[in-house]
Design a protein around this ligand. Structure first.
Ligand code: FES
Ligand code: FES
Length: 187
């Protein structure tokens, strides 16, 4: 089945009813995506599907045909979120971390603390107490805003140079997962 995986076109052979989580780990060798509960409750398996955060344990592989999937490996260890999680103590045992980072990557630019709480409400961490995670996500978002502001001013200065298209940012979404997150945050 053809799909775009971490920016590359791939053709993966797996049963369409196999969980995306298992296909990523077993057929694709991408073990950064973790399994916690296996039933859509913990967020450890979060990946981006066409820019939206989804629980890979709930997605049958057949549903990703022709679509774009991004896993933690797709951030290549150099994403501002990854650096901020290390700097701010947003990770301890690390089991929840890939899912937290992928959920945070789907937040809109300029996310407030409330946006971050709602966006990560479907991701459970047993170690950090969440404060380090929230600090890390806000720090990374500020870094991304600063980087895009400086890119805009560079582009304004270099009017003769062709503009590079910005990487598409994922939205927070309004599907069942986003609604579940909003419910949790409201508790
Ligand atoms: Fe998928 Fe817990 S393993 S939500
Ligand atoms: Fe251990 Fe989050 S760092 S569960």
């Amino acid at each position: 089945m053809k799909l775009r995986l971490n920016g590359k076109q791939v053709d993966v052979r797996a049963h369409p009813m196999k969980r995306l989580l298992d296909v990523l780990r077993e057929e694709c060798g991408l073990t950064g995506t973790k399994e916690g509960c296996g039933e859509g409750e913990c967020g450890a398996c979060t990946v981006l599907l066409d820019g939206q955060a989804v629980n890979a344990c709930l997605v049958p592989f057949g549903q990703v045909r022709g679509r774009s999937v991004k896993t933690i490996e797709g951030l290549r260890g150099r994403h501002p979120l990854q650096q901020a999680f290390v700097a701010e103590g947003g990770t301890q045992c690390g089991i929840c971390t890939p899912g937290m980072i992928m959920a945070a990557a789907a937040l809109p630019k300029g996310a407030t603390l409330d946006n971050v709480r709602v966006g990560l409400a479907g991701n459970i961490c047993r170690c950090t107490g969440y404060e380090g995670i929230y600090r890390a996500v806000r720090k990374a978002h500020r870094a991304r805003l600063t980087a895009s502001a400086s890119a805009r001013s560079d582009s304004a200065r270099a009017t003769a140079r062709p503009r590079r298209s910005a990487e598409r940012e994922g939205g927070q979404g309004s599907g069942p997962r986003a609604q579940a997150r909003a419910k949790r945050a409201a508790k």
